[in-house]
Design a protein around this ligand. Structure first.
Ligand code: ADP
Ligand code: MG
Length: 554
């Protein structure tokens, strides 16, 4: 007799399931896109695994996704003969949410009371398999991993617990059976037990899936393939609609909202490839977390090779999603080979340039889209100022920063330089924890008083790149909190010199008295209202960095 175990969902998983059951998401059709997307991933993985591991006894000649409808029992089953899952994988992957930032996400969701805001958050998070519970009151998953003998049945109503039990005669792959909720007769929003509806959803959301998605014809018979299976990147650009790009983006990115921008690249000649890249509209939760993944996927001649191909996109553009399909690589290609391949390096160079150029054209032509982009991804892009020397200027061109010129709107460096005073030869900036803290700093006073604009840099990364990047458009970056600042005219300098002489004795005495605390006491040209301030030497650490190092125990 099989032993059935009842297990509890991890608490984050439980909370998400509750949200799905009392669905706040208005477009319920998306559950099918998620299940088909998972099935497609599972088929990709099986093909790859079979290719790499010749010992694996699997049949890869007839990989497909079947959708079975049973109107009488009101069930819909999505079945694939892909890689499948072991019992441990079922528990780990389906019973828990390993996504970093989930707890924080749920907190935000709770705080956000309005429905549109909640939907937006859910969309940004992506709920994958759990979206089944928008339309089903019970879900049964039967799976057997390729190469293993015993399968696993998983079942749940989504309310706190699920059961798992071993199954002897499970076919290889995974089937997910949804026990559909009663039809919503009042609103006629959905009837997912209807063939027409299911086919419509597949065509709308999953047409580009490369595997056949099959549905039995009305009245029975051999299942028919209902998707066109065309790789979007291989079709002429003029033939692909905006909606098709959007749905494809959602599949590769696991995002639920449309991308900000779509980029197509095609190279012919000795090293042929096509790329279809997307800039998302929102930063993922884990943009600054260590275990984030999923950037660009590598395909070779239409065959999926790997996710998150680091060799194709630098770290600072890790938010770019999409596919690169290379025609002249071997299907066996490994990370090690990719790292050494000159063609791959050239391709990466070109991809990076195109992404940066795309942002530049947003800046010129779609200021709102650019502003969204920069507020979501600017912090990551600025890492490139340290990592990518070749593109430093291109990054500076598309960067923008808060400044004393405008309380809200950040400025580009070009706009700053255009506003510089005639006698000004440096770009002034100040770094710190927040705009408010900077605004209260005495260091700003003299600059303000004399009408100089100062960039207010508050991201931790800013401290690093301002030290490393020598200049923009021939203008040096100069901290207002460091070293001598020369804001004065000749007369003012004369005046100051006289002053300094008058106070020589006092200053010498003060320097002596404060010998443990400061290097030197000087008369200030910085201050207008504060009596005194502490200034760093040109090559000193900034207070923020000092704090950081101290916190690290150095
Ligand atoms: P995501 O696809 O974003 O990882 P999901 O909730 O859709 O999140 O799925 C969670 C995980 O469960 C997948 O990453 C995959 O490892 C596993 N999984 C889901 N469906 C299948 C399937 N049909 N075959 C094999 N593994 C699956
Ligand atoms: Mg998924």
């Amino acid at each position: 007799t099989a032993k059935v175990e009842t297990l509890e969902f991890q608490s984050e998983a439980r909370q998400l399931l509750q949200l799905m059951i009392h669905s706040i998401y208005s477009n319920k059709d998306t559950f099918l896109r998620e299940l088909v997307s998972n099935a497609s991933d599972a088929l990709d993985k099986l093909r790859l695994e079979a290719f790499r591991d010749k010992e694996l006894q699997v049949d890869t000649d007839d990989l497909h996704i079947d959708l079975d409808l049973d109107a009488e029992s009101r069930t819909l089953t999505v079945r694939d003969n892909g890689i499948g899952m072991s019992r441990e994988e079922v528990v780990a992957l389906i019973g828990t949410i390993a996504k970093s930032g989930t707890a924080e996400f749920l907190r935000k969701l709770k705080d956000n009371k309005d429905a549109a805001g909640q939907q937006d958050l859910i969309g940004q998070f992506g709920v994958g398999f759990y979206s089944s519970f928008m339309v089903a009151d019970k879900v049964t998953l039967l799976t057997r991993k390729a190469g293993e003998d015993t399968g696993t049945r998983w079942e749940s109503t989504g309310e706190g617990t699920y059961t798992v039990e071993p199954v002897d005669d499970a076919p290889q792959g995974t089937s997910v059976t949804l026990h559909l909720k009663p039809e919503d007769t009042e609103e006629h929003l959905y009837d997912y037990a209807s063939r027409a509806k299911v086919v419509e959803i597949v065509r709308r959301y999953s047409d580009f899936i490369t595997w056949p998605i099959r549905v039995e014809p009305e009245g029975g018979g051999e299942p028919e393939t209902v998707n066109s299976r065309k790789a979007l990147w291989a079709r002429p650009q003029s033939e692909v609609t905006e909606d098709e790009y959007t749905e494809f983006y959602k599949h590769v990115s696991h995002d639920w909202s449309a991308p900000l921008e779509t980029i197509r690249i095609s190279a012919e000649g000795t090293f042929e490839y096509q790329a279809l890249l997307f800039i998302p509209e929102r930063a993922p939760f884990d943009l600054f977390m260590r275990d984030r993944k999923r950037g660009v996927q590598l395909y070779v001649k239409r065959v999926f090779i790997m996710d998150d191909c680091e060799e194709l996109m630098p770290e600072y553009l890790r938010f770019v999603k999409g596919v690169v399909d290379a025609q002249d690589l071997s299907l066996n290609v490994s990370r090690e080979i990719l790292q050494k391949d000159r063609q791959i390096q050239l391709m990466r160079r070109r991809l990076v340039k195109r992404v940066l150029a795309t942002v530049k054209s947003l800046l010129a032509d779609k200021p709102d889209a650019y502003a969204t982009f920069w507020s979501e991804f600017g912090r990551a892009v600025k890492e490139g100022l340290l990592d990518d020397f070749d593109n430093r200027d291109a990054i500076l061109d598309i960067a923008s920063f808060a400044s004393t010129d405008d309380d809200e709107k950040p400025t580009t460096l070009a706009a700053y330089v255009a506003r510089m005073k005639e006698n000004q030869d440096a770009i002034y900036y100040m770094t710190g924890e927040s705009r408010a803290a900077l605004e209260n700093s005495p260091h700003l006073e003299a600059f303000r008083a004399k009408g100089y604009e100062v960039l207010l840099l508050t991201d931790p990364i800013d401290e690093m790149w301002v030290g490393a990047v020598p200049e923009f458009a021939g203008k040096k970056f100069q901290s207002v909190a460091k070293g001598e600042v020369d804001l004065d005219s000749e007369e003012e300098k004369e005046e100051a010199k006289k002053h300094q002489e008058e106070y020589t004795d006092l200053l010498a005495w003060m320097t002596e008295a404060l010998v443990d605390k400061v290097k030197e006491v000087r008369l200030s040209t910085r201050l207008t209202t504060s009596p005194a301030c502490v200034v760093g030497d040109t090559f000193d650490l900034t207070p923020n960095l000092e704090k950081m190092y101290r916190a690290m125990g150095q």
